[in-house]
Design a protein around this ligand. Structure first.
Ligand SMILES: Nc1ncnc2c1ncn2[C@@H]1O[C@H](COP(=O)(O)OP(=O)(O)OP(=O)(O)O)[C@@H](O)[C@H]1O
Length: 360
């Protein structure tokens, strides 16, 4: 793939803190990358470096084959959208959107045409003369987006642009945003700490943890295989263990992996089965549905059971300090807390984690 945006081995220090550590990535034309990571992971710093608002201590950023280091921020062909729309409060919608075009010396008639086109694109036709301080949060972000898109940037950078909006509006704007970016075939980097947003918006997702690019892949690939234990935990996987911490019956499922191998068990891959007495003792029910591993059939206590509306979350205590978190569909009402149950794992829902080759 030809890189429109190429980031090569970026390092950034803030005092004694290494904020970015060897970041390299390549974005193809028209690709949307979401930068996902916890607070303090370095997302904003990387975006600011791409925009030219901060200089890296090492490494370089190229756009369309050109090293951006000597290029001033406003000449980079890069558009920016921030969390607070940062509109000019004394100007109306039209003048806000036209701002960059006027600076670039575009003629009035052409400018007006472009502003109308952009407002139509973001769904704000008819609001040209409105004062921006009378707009809702969502409308303000649409104006900010139109303003950034108007000068036809090669690259659009968005830093948590939906962060200040309520959940419903946020989801709708995220969907619209993807449609708009795709319509314009724009290359974009979108910073968020919201997983759903990152997965629904990005063609690829880059996970930034402690200044390192831990993983970069498509949403589907990242979800199917998080790669490292750190990424799996960040994505909210509750059952990440070292093989030696598992009960022997589970350990056998991972073949001859080393004791130190990190493993993941999907909460939705855990099945509860009734226990029936065998020879006067409580033993596992012997018949399993196809696709369930009998080698991993153990019994556990229901330690905690919580209903979340769309599913049950059940903590299963196997003794010896080993606890698994299961996620059960509402159709499978789990036993009460304190009850003893049989536990099986579905095929394909547990695997070893390794640091995968980072796909850049
Ligand atoms: N100008 C600065 N001076 C000192 N430290 C800084 C500066 N800018 C960033 N940092 C530090 O660098 C680290 C990464 O910050 P950054 O804002 O890039 O993270 P982030 O992933 O965007 O976080 P958030 O989601 O909270 O915005 C943090 O520890 C932050 O305190």
């Amino acid at each position: 793939m030809k890189c429109l945006l190429e980031v090569e081995n970026i390092e950034k220090w803030h005092g004694l803190l290494k904020t970015l550590d060897g970041i390299s990535l390549c974005l193809g034309e028209g690709e949307i990358l979401t930068l996902l990571g916890p607070s303090g992971g370095g997302k904003t710093t990387l975006l600011r470096i791409l925009a030219g608002l901060e200089a890296p201590d090492r490494g370089r950023v190229c756009l369309d084959g050109r090293d951006l280091a000597p290029v001033e921020p406003h000449r980079r062909g890069v558009g920016l959208v921030f969390q607070d729309a940062a509109l000019f409060p004394h100007l109306n919608v039209e003048a806000n959107v036209a701002f960059g075009l006027r600076m670039a010396g575009m003629k009035k008639r052409e400018r007006q045409h472009r502003v109308f086109e952009m407002l139509e694109l973001v769904g704000l036709s008819g609001l040209e003369k409105r004062r921006v301080d009378g707009l809702s949060g969502g409308e303000r972000q649409r104006v900010a987006l139109a303003r950034s898109l108007a000068p036809s940037p090669k690259l659009l950078l968005l830093d948590e642009p939906l962060g200040a909006l309520d959940r419903n509006l946020r989801e709708r704007l995220a969907r619209d945003l993807r449609t708009i970016l795709k319509k314009q075939q724009l290359t974009a980097v979108f910073v968020t700490h919201d997983q759903e947003e990152a997965f629904s918006l990005g063609d690829r997702i880059a996970v930034l943890l402690d200044g390192r690019l831990e993983r970069m892949d498509t949403p589907e690939a990242l979800s199917a295989y998080p790669g490292s234990p750190a990424v799996a935990r960040f994505l909210g996987e509750p059952n990440v263990f070292t093989l030696k911490d598992l009960p022997a019956a589970f350990r056998g499922l991972f073949g001859d992996s080393s004791e130190e191998t990190a493993v993941l068990i999907r909460p939705e891959g855990i099945v509860l089965r009734p226990l029936i007495p065998v020879d006067g003792e409580a033993g596992p029910f012997p018949v399993l549905a196809s696709g369930e591993k009998d080698a991993a059939f153990l019994s556990a206590h229901v330690k905690e059971r919580r209903f979340f509306g769309a599913f049950f979350r059940v903590e299963l205590d196997f003794g010896g300090g080993f606890v698994l978190t299961a996620r059960l569909p509402v159709s499978m009402v789990p036993p009460d807390e304190g009850a003893r149950v049989g536990v099986a794992l579905k095929e394909g829902m547990f695997f070893a984690l390794n640091d995968v080759q980072k796909d850049r």
